[in-house]
Design a protein around this ligand. Sequence first.
Ligand SMILES: NC(=O)c1ccc[n+]([C@@H]2O[C@H](COP(=O)([O-])OP(=O)(O)OC[C@H]3O[C@@H](n4cnc5c(N)ncnc54)[C@H](OP(=O)(O)O)[C@@H]3O)[C@@H](O)[C@H]2O)c1
Length: 315
Amino acid sequence: MAPYTQTFKLNTGASIPAVGLGTWQASQPGEAASAVKTALQAGYRHIDGAWIYGNEPEVGQGLKESGVPREDVFVTTKLWCTKHDDPEKALDESLHNLGLEYVDLYLMHWPLPMNPNGNDHKFPRNEDGSRDIVGVYEEGKELPFIATWKRMEKLLDTGKVKAIGVSNVSVPWMKALLKEAKVVPAANQIELHPYLPQHDLVEFCHSNGIICTAYSPLGSTGSPLLSDADIKRIAEKHNTGPGNVCIAYQVHRGVSVLPKSVTEGRIKSNFEDVSLDEEDMKTLNGLCKERAKRYVKPDWGSQCLNLGFEDWDKY
Ligand SMILES: NC(=O)c1ccc[n+]([C@@H]2O[C@H](COP(=O)([O-])OP(=O)(O)OC[C@H]3O[C@@H](n4cnc5c(N)ncnc54)[C@H](OP(=O)(O)O)[C@@H]3O)[C@@H](O)[C@H]2O)c1
């Protein structure tokens, strides 16, 4: 099978590779560096990272050791919630960690600023145990993340980012952002897989020139997606694996996708293109009707994610 070569156009005019490598939970010493190097040597040209993953130095190491020229790789990293006050300072720290002069895409990781002076510099909590979120949403007031976005817009003048975007932004919050934004986000990185296709959100973003990127496309660690009978049947039909079907599903709907693996064989096999047909897409598009499931559910998530479902706890 051929490797993926497809790209999608961002609203900046730049291209984002359809398939990239995720690096969340590549946390054992040496894992992220080795995964990034393996991926780039196998043909991947998009690496997705984040400050909060704690492995940016290894991502940078893998980039260097791969021998692939910097300008040929699309590098994404993300602004963490406790750093919304000063995105440029946070970006500088990420660039230092990565050993890079610029990133291709800088995303606001979650549209929820957390207390930068709280009881933890990553995941602060209030005394009652609740999440220490700054400026919780109040009816009739501007959503606090919009001020963060306005600060991020200024990063485009620094040359340290080629594009800016968001992550985990729902339709209502995206509408609120678009009303105020000077710069339309280039991307919205969200959880997407056959059990959570978020058709409305993808359609809304794409119709506004915002590329959607799929995180947890395999359903994250230990996912039942890979043993789903329908997904397995489609995989057998194309002589490939269920993971490949989940990855191809996103590419076929115009969504860039970020499978994570630290296993050499999987990194390579996940990058094999699969040509799904209309019937496969119809089946995959419909699986959520009975099997809807969200895998990434941090305790602050229900505040900002409108999944199109009534009941957050059910999913
Ligand atoms: N913006 C956000 O808020 C956000 C949230 C979550 C994730 N992300 C990004 O999206 C990336 C992907 O999401 P994810 O890490 O949650 O999950 P994922 O890519 O859906 O799944 C990763 C898991 O699947 C395993 N795996 C990979 N390929 C496989 C295959 N072919 N067959 C069987 N198992 C396979 C991996 O194991 P091994 O590694 O052991 O091979 C790992 O346990 C992240 O790494 C991160 O970059 C962003």
